[in-house]
Design a protein around this ligand. Structure first.
Ligand code: ADE
Length: 246
């Protein structure tokens, strides 16, 4: 049976999954560590990509080449763009795009300037997550208990949305408004669309799960530090439930 690849950018984002893997073995390729083993009945390969699009694309490429996974799931945290989202909520990314590629002034992009270098075809503006994996994630969302960010906070929600990716940690209400208006963004992070582009071009199903750690506004840096651990674990908790249902 083929493995499921699970990727996260930072140590905190994969720590819960790593600590619960059994029969774990580590293989190092070009300095990146890939841990194979079992989790919730599935054979998986887990890796920490490092932050940003280039690292994410490198590790996605390496994991596809070396392990031929049947699908790739990215787990981690994000800045909330939609006003409906609070810290602790999860976004199941149904589609991903870049917020820092091409000319994004005025009304944003109508086409994706990236092309598949193999087929020369133009890539879609949004890379779609695998619809079967999105459905499974929605099912899984009904069977998980997520952590609240504080005793007074409301119970976290899980919704399906659009994730935008770029090589910047976003700390600006103006940028938030712009991403919302031009890209219909719900959340922003720094790896998802890069993973999505590699998988799309290689015809491998993928899914991105992100838990909101901050609102990508002027308070984002402080909130990120405060909430990154709980947000990372909430995202990993949903991924574990998805593995159970695969
Ligand atoms: N990941 C978590 N919060 C983020 C933010 N505000 N910008 C980019 N990536 C993030």
């Amino acid at each position: 049976a083929q493995r499921i690849a699970i990727l996260g950018a930072m140590p905190e984002e994969i720590q819960l999954l790593e600590s619960q893997m059994t029969q774990a073995r580590t293989k190092t390729i070009m300095g990146f560590q890939f841990k194979t083993g079992k989790l919730n009945g599935q054979e998986i390969v887990l890796s920490e990509t490092g932050i940003g699009k280039v690292n994410a694309a490198m590790v996605t490429t390496l994991v596809l080449k070396e392990f031929q996974p049947k699908s790739v799931i990215f787990t981690g945290i994000a800045g909330g763009i939609s006003q409906d989202l609070k810290q602790g909520d999860i976004v199941i990314g149904s589609r991903l795009t870049y917020h820092d590629y091409g000319d994004l002034t005025n009304e944003g992009l109508s086409t994706n300037p990236t092309r598949n270098p193999i087929t020369k075809e133009r890539n879609p503006l949004y890379f779609p997550s695998d619809s079967g994996l999105v459905s499974l994630a929605i099912k899984a969302s009904k069977d998980v208990t997520l952590q609240k960010m504080s005793a007074e906070a409301a119970q976290p929600n899980i919704s399906v949305g659009t994730i935008v990716t770029g090589d910047t940690f976003v700390t600006s209400s103006t940028a938030v408004g712009h991403f919302q208006k031009t890209l219909q963004a719900d959340a922003t992070e720094m790896e998802g669309a890069a993973v999505a582009q590699v998988c799309f071009q290689q015809h491998v199903p993928f899914l991105v799960i992100r838990c909101i750690s901050d609102k990508a506004n002027e308070k984002a840096s402080v909130d990120f530090e405060t909430f990154k651990k709980i947000a990372s674990d909430n995202s990993a908790t949903l991924v574990k439930e998805i593995l159970k249902k695969l």
